[in-house]
Write a protein that binds this ligand. Structure first.
Ligand SMILES: Nc1nc2c(ncn2[C@@H]2O[C@H](COP(=O)(O)OP(=O)(O)OP(=O)(O)O)[C@@H](O)[C@H]2O)c(=O)[nH]1
Ligand SMILES: [Mg+2]
Length: 353
């Protein structure tokens, strides 16, 4: 899963990037377009460790989340509305599966404007919307020149009207076939978006402000709150020390763990597992993914030659200690292509080569 940390200059993207990745990229650039920060984390999963205790594999492989953090536009730059978002920033945003909008909710004397989460959430969404609108208009002009009046043009005209009515594409009803038709555009306002409120230390353990919660609810946005700077300092400590500092703040879970849960919820991800002497591994997939499609995560050959999935529940495998004993106790199920894979299924795929 690839996530982009986006938002206005000085909102704390690089600070959050450091908190989540444990890296030490330089903060305080204030919109200076230095190169993007890139980092990867492994998603902790006890179930992989438990399987590894059973199978003694050569390697354990956890799911990964990769982050890209690019300097943001100035929140108070009046020329921005004409020039739009920086092309390089847009390019980075196109490539990710989800956007995390880091919103400044702490005061900072270096910045002219006071913190105003509602303003920034609305303004950033408008930037996404305008970027999509320009892209759609360019494409429609092109199709008109080619005297093209296909399904694509009809759909783009409809989406254009929605954007002009200030509806973000993520809020517009688009059928799966239509989604496939426009997938190549990688529209920004269609991407799942998580709002990350970056607050001062004194609010580290409190819930997001009521008015921000209402806005998020009205806009169907997921919301998470973090005291970025404090949690970055904590993330730099040894794990044993981290717990004490978090407890003092009234927080029970690290910023990273909270973030991972929010990201999985946002993208509606679950994990199935594979286990053997070579490797024990977790595979994130969207909830409801069919067994055949899930097989494709491992290798396209397995998807193509899919015969069946042999499925045991992780609890049963841990209890009976082997697939053979699970089979003896009726705990191994044979499932076909269409089976909707469940979180915690341990799967062995049978396929033709
Ligand atoms: N008080 C406080 N300061 C913070 C917090 N998060 C970031 N800062 C400070 O705000 C300034 C900007 O933080 P950055 O993480 O560099 O912001 P950014 O979003 O990466 O900014 P650009 O890359 O310039 O777009 C730095 O001086 C940080 O130390 C926070 O939660 N509380
Ligand atoms: Mg930065």
């Amino acid at each position: 899963m690839k996530v982009g940390l986006v938002g206005f200059a000085g909102s704390g993207k690089t600070t959050i990037f450091n908190t989540l990745t444990g890296l030490t990229a330089e903060v305080g650039g204030y919109g200076a377009k230095e190169k993007a920060n890139v980092g990867v984390i492994k998603v902790p999963d006890d179930r992989i460790d438990q399987l590894a205790d059973l199978f003694n594999p050569k390697k354990k492989t956890y799911a990964e989340i990769s982050f890209v953090d690019v300097a943001g536009p100035q929140a108070d730059d009046p020329s921005r509305s004409e020039s739009g978002l920086d092309a390089k920033l847009v390019q980075h945003m196109r490539e990710v599966d989800a956007l995390v909008h880091v919103v400044r909710a702490f005061d900072n004397a270096m910045l002219l404007q006071d913190a105003d989460a509602l303003r920034d959430i609305n303004n950033f969404d408008t930037e996404l919307l305008l970027t999509d609108l320009v892209q759609i208009e360019n494409r429609i002009t092109r199709l008109k020149k080619e005297k093209d009046s296909t399904r694509e043009r009809e759909l783009l005209e409809r989406l254009k009207a929605e954007l002009e009515a200030e509806h973000l594409l993520r809020d517009v009803e688009i059928s799966p076939e239509e989604v496939a038709l426009i997938a190549g555009f990688r529209f920004l306002s269609l991407k799942p978006l998580l709002v990350l409120l970056n607050v001062g230390e004194e609010q580290a353990a409190s819930a997001p402000a009521a008015e921000v919660q209402s806005l998020a609810a009205a806009k169907h946005l997921s919301l998470i709150q973090m005291a970025g700077k404090t949690e970055m300092e904590i993330a730099e400590l040894a794990p044993e020390e981290q717990r004490d500092f978090l407890q003092d703040l009234g927080i029970t879970e690290t910023a990273r763990d909270r973030f991972i849960r929010a990201a999985y919820r946002l993208l509606d991800l679950i994990s199935f597992l594979t286990a053997g002497e070579d490797e024990c591994r977790g595979w994130p997939i969207k909830r409801g993914t069919s067994a055949q499609k899930a097989a494709g995560k491992i290798h396209s050959d397995i998807e193509r030659g899919f015969i069946r999935a042999e499925v045991v529940r992780i609890e049963d495998l841990l209890e009976y200690k082997s697939e053979a004993r699970c089979r003896e106790h009726g705990k191994l199920k044979l499932e076909g292509k269409e089976y909707a894979v469940q979180d915690g299924d341990v799967i062995h795929f049978r396929f033709n080569v």
